[in-house]
Write a protein that binds this ligand. Structure first.
Ligand SMILES: [Fe+2]
Length: 384
């Protein structure tokens, strides 16, 4: 038996942003706090949302100072704003960071405490101020997941926080918001979404529902990733990658991610590498390590993405998958840790910490092959 958790409403398609008015009405909410970041405001990506709200005389305020890879400290000010501003809802607008921030802000403003109190293995299932999530990148899938990731700035740990209490009440998935996304962010967030699909498909917590979401996501994302990287204005490709990202979010919210994410978060936290980029650095190597634990599923994924031919056997399909993941990184210009500017000696000196943080996140235990602490250290070294 599997209990599937989803937002009560998911609205998608070009121009669906304007549905915000009907969604607020149906939720009987009339005073939202918009949680976003300064880029959304300075590039005026948020302008149409503000215009719709003003047109329908909905009183709102904007908190625009969420940061990439949000920390326990970065969410304290908006918690106070939410608590004292008589708001009845949050509109989380932007990439994964504003949406993840909004989830933490809602939980803390409603139930108090520190973000470390909400860290996995604690499971947060209480109702909080409802969130309408509007992603502007096709990547994190945070609009449909019951997870948020907040960094503890004292330990540099990326804390995975889990539970129904972090699930947005509604999501609006409008690919038009992603049309102006720069190529680097497009690639990084796109590989993150692809990783969600692949990892949830091979996860030990996978089920028939999540498998089907994951396969549909791979089919939408993989063949269009290079296109959106090279030709960001391609509406058809953007639409497919955006929907694929949401389906991948549904898949991993209900089946979890695995070793790539487990090892990616410590790199991100210690070296400030964007989440999608550290996933991309790891995906080919970790897939190679994990294939023996789920060879049939990886081969099927390879076929669904059009990498292997339908009549290729399992071994050939999996070999083609690994080669193609390396090719994809090369085509999407994913740097190695060295090219990104990480100091190798420093990285080596932190290997034990990185491996411990990876295991503590819980994600490696969902992997088809569950690695030991020493195996994780060796895998980190393989990236160099
Ligand atoms: Fe991710």
């Amino acid at each position: 038996m599997h209990n599937i958790l989803l937002p009560s409403s998911i609205t998608f398609g070009g121009g669906s942003l304007k549905e915000i008015i009907n969604i607020l009405k149906s939720m009987e909410k009339e005073r939202p706090l918009i949680v976003t970041d300064s880029t959304m405001v300075s590039l005026e990506i948020i302008k149409p949302l503000e215009e719709y709200l003003r047109k329908y005389q909905i009183s709102f305020e904007v908190f625009k100072d969420t940061i990439p890879e949000p920390t326990s400290h970065s969410i304290l000010e908006p918690v106070q704003i939410l608590k004292h501003g008589k708001f009845d809802s949050i509109i989380a607008f932007g990439g994964g960071s504003p949406i993840d921030s909004a989830k933490a802000i809602s939980a803390l403003a409603t139930h108090g405490g520190n973000m470390s109190d909400y860290k996995f293995p604690f499971v947060f299932n209480k109702k909080s101020i409802p969130i309408i999530a509007i992603p502007t990148t096709a990547g994190t899938g945070s609009e449909v997941t019951k997870f948020t990731i907040i960094t503890d700035e004292n330990t540099d740990e990326k804390m995975l926080c889990v539970g129904q209490g972090f699930l947005p009440a509604a999501a609006i998935v409008d690919y038009e918001l992603s049309l102006t996304l720069p190529p680097r962010t497009t690639a990084d967030t796109g590989i993150d979404a692809l990783t969600h699909a692949i990892e949830s498909y091979v996860s030990k917590k996978a089920n028939l529902f999540s498998d089907n979401q994951a396969l549909a996501a791979m089919k939408l994302i993989f063949p269009n990733l290079r296109t959106v990287f090279k030709d960001g204005g391609n509406r058809k490709a953007r639409e497919k990658v955006m929907l694929g990202s949401t389906l991948a979010g549904i898949a991993f919210s209900n089946a979890s991610v695995a070793l790539v994410h487990g090892m990616s978060r410590p790199i991100g936290a210690n070296y400030h590498v964007p989440h999608g980029l550290s996933n991309a650095m790891l995906l080919p190597t970790i897939t190679d390590f994990s294939i023996s634990g789920a060879p049939t599923k990886y081969a099927n994924a390879s076929k669904v993405m059009g990498i292997a031919d339908l009549n290729d056997n399992e071994e050939i399909s999996n070999k083609k998958l690994i080669d193609e993941l390396f090719n994809l990184n090369s085509d999407l210009k994913v740097p190695t840790p060295e090219k990104y500017g990480i100091n190798k000696n420093d990285f080596i000196s932190k290997l034990d910490t990185l491996a411990k943080q990876a295991i503590d996140s819980g994600s490696p235990s969902n992997n088809p092959v569950i690695p030991t602490h020493d195996q994780i250290k060796k895998l980190y070294l393989k990236l160099w």
